[in-house]
Design a protein. Structure first.
Lengths: 532, 476
């Protein structure tokens, strides 16, 4: 079984789909859609296979494939996954598979849309699987341009501005990270006797403390832009809001995780640099959590709200990573997974609503007390009234949106609870003040989600919304059901992923000698017992 | 003597082809494109012959006036390819001046001969002669649309600036001759080494020579002629100048710096790095407000010269190979873009970026070719330009030029902005002019070839990189 290059197959399946779609005429919309669904389904099945086949007792990378690509420069097609990347590959597979089904409603330039969507996801898989820094960078950049076109052509609110800003920010992050990558490459000669981009070999090198500290900062800024870490976050909510549903899902669900994943990988390469700079991250991420949450509260556009909420949740991920502690670290990676699924679900629901209502606006807030029903009649004057009272008409959507909100605000039973809990436990010792503020952030999340639910789904329904249609066919329902099931399965049985993630993060934290010492060890033992 | 002649047989054949085209032009049927097929077929055969017999005949010719080595061979292939693609691009374009097709093609061929001889020069005299052959042909070509004021203006500006640069170059060479008593590269190098210390006059001479060559590659601040000449010249000529002429400039610059001026390396590395930084920043920033696509590509070509200078400033084997590799990538990317401009101009008579709005629905092929070309120029994977920029910057990092690499990296973002503005027009703009665009079969197949080149070099760069590395090995 190990003979099959599984990772390459997963990576190339969407690309293969894109090429097949390229050969089809534009008119055969259904064939195009089912090819996209089929190839992403193959990738999903194989990713699930990886999940169960992965040897959780062994640390390090598995399913390694290596093929010299540019031998003259030491570039190799080198794929492999550890526990962390397995979780991320699985997340990507879920999001793209459901994203394709969500995109079945797209009617405009279907062929180009699916080609670009599949290209985008190829880039994402590539980043999570590459063990070669060249291909890591290659795939990351590969994902940016399809995104530009997807948002610019199929997007909504202010799309041309948003997509340009997003593309430039992401490229900025990439090139800032490029220079240290090239520097590491240049340094590899002195240490190893040959030039290499191979992460596994570079990890063997003991770079001097000074070099690690100097290299870590630009890498942190580069990948932090993608996370998006405050103050490099401003591209993200606008991009989310402008993007078509499937792209918002991929973007918030997976692309932002590329940044966090990048940070994890550089922590692996430069443990000293990580210990030097991560306290800074622990401060900056507070801005994400609190400021992002605060802004989310003030948004009337649902997508903007979820967009800022995403940047707020990524703050928790950063906090967990900054704790340099196995529990917090595992929690952070689990939150990357949980938040990806949750936010994918949220954007799928909002997209479903927007397709019919052409609005995502919540009613004007009447002070602190939400929707003022006395003014409801004014809405009839507008072309598109605001969302209100939808739950009666759309019980299915209402149910799922409430479930999403519960997951997002960290209620038990969902994967988000487990991960946020782990982050808070793990971080408390290292950063007590931040942890307390972070707990406060959970309350903020609850505030804006509950207000959104009350405004959009309860109260009086506007007459215009009486004609709305709930998802009825299985194609329409499949994405919502799948994503919610994933959230709940992981919520009730977290060790299906936590063991996996642990096998990856343990080897990273081992390298941070003295990162927490005995405290880490005892807490690790404690968390292991708790998970069992 | 016979041996020498045999060594330069491709250049001689190119010269003969140019004359043949000129002789045949009164008898050729213009509407059947006879001359185009003669020139393209001839260049194709020469390219083939060079590929087959060129490497066997490497060596020194005419008393070191001409050096035929792997480096020369690489550029022979590169320039033959450029000439062929530009001629394919011209088939449609020469209809604007039907009676003078013969002159057009033969001038292109003579300019190509100059380009092929430039990297082969082993003596400042050969360098000067081949540079002049290239330049004078280019002046005429730039002014070829003699009824269009802009074209005449382009030719005149190019002539004046080019004359100035030639003068500077010659002045520098005269200093060298006065100091060393020779114009032979090897003798000059030996003289510098034997001297032991660096004469200030020598530095002045080298600086003058560099300035002369910087005009050719349009490095800041010697770039002023670029926008007007690029806008005014007939589009195939612009393409030829931006790929061929610039490539030839770099080919000879590398030869001079790595060959003659190696002993002075400490002096020129910093100078080149400064020029590279200024060129990068200026070219990319000045491209942002452009509304004419030919001017945009003109400024972008200044920016590209900045990247190539980064490789030159690195001054190591990887840097030089990266220059060669990047020129190859640049050839396909830039020519694809210019080809689209030529085809687009035939129907719409416009070079304004605003008129490209909605091109993706009027002609998906043209839009995707231009997109691929521009993205490759911007350095986006998996396209050829990406790998080129990656190794150019990588080579500079190896030499510790981190500040320069940071500037180069940031300029990628800037350049992406103005390239994306064009792509945005094509994919997101509203169609203003619904006329269908006709693409001649020759243009269509050339576009396919360029697109395949861009993608293939980007995805599997290894053989091309090995070729570039083997070609530049001889200089170290």
């Amino acid at each position: 079984m190990t003979e099959l290059p599984l990772l390459t197959i997963i990576l190339l399946a969407p690309l293969f789909g894109a090429v097949m779609i390229f050969t089809l005429p534009e008119e055969r919309k259904d064939a195009i859609r089912w090819i996209a669904a089929g190839t992403t389904f193959v990738a999903l099945i194989l990713s699930l296979f990886l999940l169960f086949q992965f040897d959780r007792t062994a640390a390090g990378f598995q399913f390694i494939e290596k093929l010299d690509w540019v031998p003259a420069l030491g570039i190799a097609w080198h794929l492999g996954i550890d526990g962390i990347s397995t979780a991320m590959v699985l997340l990507t597979s879920f999001i793209i598979f459901t994203g394709v089904f969500v995109s079945f409603s797209i009617q405009k330039r279907v062929k180009e849309f699916f080609i670009l969507l599949l290209l985008l996801v190829t880039g994402v898989y590539g980043v999570f699987m590459s063990l070669d820094l060249f291909f890591f960078y290659f795939f990351y950049e590969l994902a940016v341009i399809p995104m530009f076109l997807l948002i610019g052509v199929w997007g909504s609110t202010n799309r041309e501005y948003a997509t340009m800003k997003l593309t430039l920010y992401l490229t900025f992050g990439a090139v800032i990270a490029l220079v240290p990558i090239l520097t590491v490459y240049a340094m590899s000669y002195k240490e190893l006797g040959h030039y290499t981009f191979d992460m596994l070999q570079l990890a063997q090198v003991h770079f001097s403390d000074r070099a690690q500290i100097m290299l870590f900062l630009p890498l942190l800024i580069g990948f932090g832009t993608l996370v998006p870490m405050w103050p490099f976050h401003s591209w993200s909510p606008g991009g989310h809001a402008a993007a078509p549903s499937a792209v918002s899902m991929l973007h918030a669900g997976v692309l932002m995780k590329l940044g966090a994943y990048g940070i994890i990988r550089i922590m692996y390469l430069f443990p000293v640099g990580a210990r030097y700079w991560m306290p800074l991250v622990a401060v900056l991420c507070m801005m994400n959590i609190l400021y992002g949450g605060y802004v989310a509260m003030s948004r009337r556009d649902l997508k903007f709200m979820v967009g800022y909420s995403s940047s707020s949740h990524m703050g928790y991920v950063l906090l967990g990573l900054a704790s340099l502690n196995i529990i917090g670290f595992n929690g952070a990676v689990l939150l990357m997974f949980a938040h990806g699924v949750m936010t994918g679900l949220a954007f799928a629901l909002i997209g479903f609503l927007y397709d019919q209502t052409h609005t995502r606006l919540l009613p004007e807030w009447a002070g602190e007390y939400g929707y003022d029903s006395a003014n409801a009649h004014d809405h009839s004057q507008k072309k598109y009234p605001e969302l209100s009272g939808l739950a009666k008409q759309l019980p299915f959507v209402g149910f799922f949106f409430i479930a999403t909100a519960m997951a997002s605000s960290g209620l038990p039973g969902f994967a988000n609870f487990v991960s946020e809990f782990m982050i808070i436990i793990g971080t408390f010792r290292a950063y007590p003040i931040q942890t307390m503020l972070a707990i406060f952030g959970v309350v903020i999340t609850a505030v804006y989600y509950l207000r959104a639910i009350r405004a959009a789904f309860f109260g009086e329904i506007h007459p215009k919304w009486k004609t709305l249609r709930d998802p009825t066919t299985w194609i329409e329902r499949l994405p919502f059901v799948t994503l919610l099931l994933v959230l709940m399965i992981v919520g009730f049985y977290p060790s299906i992923l936590v063991n996996l993630i642990h096998s990856g993060s343990a080897s990273i934290l081992e390298r941070m000698q003295g990162g927490g010492g005995t405290v880490t060890a005892s807490l690790a033992a404690w968390t292991a017992g708790w998970l069992r | 003597m016979i041996e020498s002649i045999l060594r330069v047989f491709p250049e001689i054949l190119v010269g003969l082809l140019g004359m043949a085209v000129l002789v045949c032009s009164p008898f050729a049927k213009k509407e059947r494109n006879d001359l185009a097929y003669l020139s393209i077929g001839g260049m194709g055969l020469i390219l083939l012959a060079t590929l087959i017999w060129g490497p066997q005949r490497e060596g020194i010719a005419f008393d070191r006036m001409v050096i035929i080595d792997s480096y020369t061979s690489f550029f022979r292939i590169l320039f033959c390819l450029t000439a062929i693609i530009v001629m394919l691009m011209s088939i449609d374009y020469v209809k604007y001046f039907p009676s003078r097709q013969g002159e057009f093609y033969s001038l292109l061929i003579f300019a190509t001969m100059g380009m092929m001889l430039l990297p082969a020069s082993g003596n400042f005299l050969t360098l000067f002669l081949s540079l002049e052959l290239l330049s004078i042909s280019s002046y005429i070509l730039a002014a070829f649309m003699r009824n269009h004021p802009k074209s005449v203006e382009a030719g005149l500006k190019y002539l004046i600036v080019g004359g100035l640069s030639t003068g500077t170059l010659l002045y520098g060479i005269s200093f060298i001759y006065g100091l060393t008593g020779s114009t032979d590269f090897q003798t000059v190098t030996e003289w510098i080494v034997a001297r032991g210390r660096i004469e200030p006059v020598l530095l002045v001479a080298c600086f003058l020579i560099l300035v002369g060559l910087f005009f050719k590659i349009a490095s800041f601040p010697f770039h002023v002629w670029i926008p007007d000449v690029y806008e005014g010249a007939p589009t195939p000529v612009t393409a030829f100048l931006s790929v061929g002429s610039k490539g030839a400039g770099f080919a000879v610059l590398v030869r001079v710096l790595m060959n003659v001026m190696t002993p002075l390396k400490h002096e020129w590395v910093f100078l080149i790095a400064l020029f590279a930084a200024a060129t990068l920043l200026f070219g990319n920033l000045a491209a942002i407000p452009q509304t004419n696509i030919k001017r945009l590509l003109g400024y972008s070509s200044i920016g590209q010269a900045g990247y190539l200078l980064v490789g030159l400033a690195a001054g190591n084997h990887l840097g030089t190979s990266a220059i060669l590799f990047y020129l190859l990538a640049y050839l396909f990317s830039n020519l694809a873009a210019f080809l689209v401009i030529v085809v687009f101009f035939r129907t719409t008579q416009s070079d304004e970026i605003d008129d490209y709005a909605g091109l993706s629905r009027r002609s998906p092929l043209l839009a995707s070719a231009l997109t691929l070309g521009l993205l490759s120029l911007a350095g986006v994977p998996p396209l050829a330009g990406f790998f080129g920029k990656f190794i150019l910057l990588g080579a500079a990092v190896r030499e510790g030029l981190l500040w320069l690499v940071y500037i180069g990296a940031l300029c990628i973002v800037i350049s992406l902005y103005y390239y994306l503005m064009v792509i945005k027009q094509m994919y997101m703009g509203e169609i203003k002019d619904p006329r269908p665009l006709t693409i001649a079969p020759s243009a269509r197949w050339t576009l396919y070839a360029c697109m395949i080149g861009i993608i293939l070099i980007g995805i599997y760069p290894s053989p091309f990189l090995n070729m570039a590395m083997a070609a530049s090995k001889i200089l170290f």
